[in-house]
Write a protein that binds this ligand. Sequence first.
Ligand SMILES: Nc1nc2c(ncn2[C@@H]2O[C@H](COP(=O)(O)OP(=O)(O)OP(=O)(O)O)[C@@H](O)[C@H]2O)c(=O)[nH]1
Length: 350
Amino acid sequence: MLAAEKVHTLSIARPQADQFRLAALHRYHILDTPACEDFSFLTELAAKVCEVPYAFISLVDAERVWIKSCTGMQMGELPRGESYCSLAVLGEAATEIPDLTQDFRTAGMALTVNAPFMRMYSSVALTSSDGFAIGTLCVMDTKPGGLNPEQHATLVKLARQVMALIELRANEKALEATVRELEQLATTDELTGLHNRRSLLHRLKFETARAKRFRSPLSAVMIDLDHFKRINDEYGHAVGDQVLASVGRLLRESVRVIDVPGRYGGEELCVILPNTPIEGACKFAESLRAKIEAQVHYAGPRLLPVTASLGVASFDHMEIADAESLLRQADASLYRAKHAGRNRVECSPN
Ligand SMILES: Nc1nc2c(ncn2[C@@H]2O[C@H](COP(=O)(O)OP(=O)(O)OP(=O)(O)O)[C@@H](O)[C@H]2O)c(=O)[nH]1
């Protein structure tokens, strides 16, 4: 970073429609990203080709110029009024200042009046796909002068490479976000926000393998709403859906991050509890049962009592060979809870 004994802030004219230019810059999500070898390579190449000690990839933000990569000195960012690059986004595709001390706009800037006492500046604008200059690829020297036509032509080509790399990184980021979104859609039950059946069974297989490998306990809790058919029949499917969605939310809010809450099918929900022995799972199930009973539901103005029966099974108390048999045992416990009068928890084994 620059040691600014005397910070000299020039009020530099802003290009018209700077907010559109800034929007274009921010769309790339490149500001404040970590250093990256691909960009460093391009600044090193720019300095070498132009036979100067300094090269920068700079991005002109609202109040600062942020340096993505630099060769010759370490610099993170500069106030916008202290950066030569602020001039370069004023509209010119290329800017060259042969002697910075002789240009009234740059003569008082910190890099000119303090070490390393820059004298020559030459830059090519980094132009976004919608035509805005978001920053520059620039080279600097402590001697006055300029680039020859060949060096300038190469700097233009390198600036295009920098921009292509910025576009590539942005596209990669957008693609990652889309993949994450699709993954979320493919694994989530739309009504309840819980894992859907496929995702639940996939995670159960994974957790079963892990429990076997590390001999850690694994539990599953099956949850079935009591007399749910009556709710649908008496108040309609939409009210039934509303109840399921609320219980789903309650379940999501009741579990730990490592637990896997899912919709097994219809009004039957399930939670996989990794690293949890039967005692812990039964405690959890009992607390969940009480929360479901206490949750308030309405069908219009009428209060709707909703309860659930829960069945628990665990790996550490019985010989369970695979994921399916864990669920079968939890289902058998649930069956017992239903037959014992509903709104209760049954743990396996008896
Ligand atoms: N609204 C709504 N209802 C559903 C959904 N999935 C399943 N159901 C209904 O849930 C009801 C389940 O009924 P049953 O299996 O007879 O069980 P129950 O009435 O809950 O009775 P018990 O489980 O024995 O207490 C059926 O009427 C299904 O149509 C759903 O996504 N939305």
